[in-house]
Design a binder for this molecule. Structure first.
Ligand code: SF4
Length: 354
């Protein structure tokens, strides 16, 4: 019997072909051609998310276009250089105190700008055994923080997640465990009471991927509130995308909406130069201008940090406009969101010769 409120039904009935999608929405000739020509990342959306595709911005994030088949200047299949730091089948270890645990290659819905499009949807998504990865983590006592990602770890069954998190929590030097997921936006029915209790038991932080305020449906808001009611700490990551969320009001609506559901806007990410993503990328100056337009206008709690994930594995670098701050004698001139200049006395640094 059909049960669209069951997350397993949503995954089993994902829309993965042009024909299935065309039964729901009309495609443009360009979109149809992109399906027929083949793209590096397979197409997939949950029936739940497909019902939101009347929104042009969301549609752009999941329906293939011909532009994806073109590799632009500087674009790479693995823009963050993760494969150079692969320690085991499931572990990427780039920074001394952090490790990335790739628990699955499966996602319920595929984002066209995905940094890991080289992996996502490319095999069955079957994950365990993880034994070799746990052994590596036990041996590397410098690791304090593990980000469980993929693919989307919250598409794993509860029993698999419970075993994975239990094993991580047994390692004494690991102090924080985070899970990266887009599930509350694309598969909110997955956020069951049982899952919330499981995440609570293991004291997990959630880093949630949201793109646009149209994703904050009543179902998604309820899912986030359920997580919050169970005491799960949540932050968000948003990729800045041309033609999707690259205007100040859209970002303000998204970030306020997230705060209302107890999700702290954390990162606004400049789109990684992954192969076939040029049509999504905005100039860095635009990102600087957008984040500046939000500072002072909306609540400080709602403003994320604008970052570039440095290509090749350099880590996340906060980006601030240089024109926003400069020195004049013993004063620092700061320019606010309205473009007005204010003077801050900074005599001590000057006296020290800095
Ligand atoms: S949810 Fe994350 S991992 Fe999955 S396709 Fe989207 S960006 Fe990639």
């Amino acid at each position: 019997m059909e049960c669209s409120s069951d997350w397993k039904w949503q995954i089993a009935n994902r829309i993965t072909t042009r024909e299935q999608l065309e039964a729901l929405i009309e495609l443009t000739p360009e979109e149809r051609a992109a399906f027929d020509g083949g793209t590096p990342l397979p197409f997939a959306v949950t029936p739940y998310y497909a019902a939101l595709l009347g929104n042009a911005a969301l549609r752009r994030t999941v329906i293939p276009t011909d532009a994806e088949r073109h590799t632009g200047a500087g674009e790479l299949a693995d823009p963050l250089g993760e494969e150079q730091h692969r320690a085991t089948e499931h572990l990427i270890h780039t920074y001394p105190d952090k490790a990335l645990f790739l628990a699955t290659t499966h996602c319920s819905t595929h984002c066209r700008y995905c940094t890991r499009s080289r992996l996502v949807g490319k095999n069955s998504g079957a994950s365990p055994p993880f034994a070799e990865s746990f052994q590596y983590l036990e041996k590397h006592t410098e690791i304090r923080d593990v980000l469980v990602s993929g693919g989307d770890p919250l598409t794993l069954p509860d029993a698999t997640l419970d075993a994975l998190l239990s094993n991580l929590r047994k390692i004494p030097h690991i102090r924080t465990v985070r899970i990266g997921s887009k599930v509350p936006a694309v598969l909110p029915m997955r956020i069951t009471e049982a899952l919330c209790a499981l995440l609570r038991k293991h004291r997990v932080w959630l880093s949630l991927h949201f793109t646009h305020p149209a994703e904050l449906t009543p179902e998604t808001r309820s899912a986030c509130r359920r997580l919050s009611d169970h005491g799960i700490a949540m932050v968000s990551q948003t990729v800045l995308l041309k033609g999707v969320n690259d205007d100040s009001q859209t970002l303000a609506d998204l970030f306020y909406g997230l705060l209302e559901t107890n999700v702290k806007p954390y990162y606004l990410l400049q789109c990684d130069p992954v192969r076939g993503s040029a049509h999504f990328r905005t100039p860095v100056e635009k990102g600087i201008g957008l984040i500046r337009s939000l500072h002072g206008r909306i609540s400080g709690l709602a403003v994320p940090q604008y970052v570039i994930d440095a290509p090749g594995g350099g880590g996340k670098v906060p980006i601030l406009g240089t024109e926003q701050i400069h020195r004049e004698g013993n004063e620092i001139i700061v320019v606010n969101y309205e473009g007005k200049a204010f003077r801050y006395p900074d005599t001590e640094a000057r006296a020290k010769g800095s």
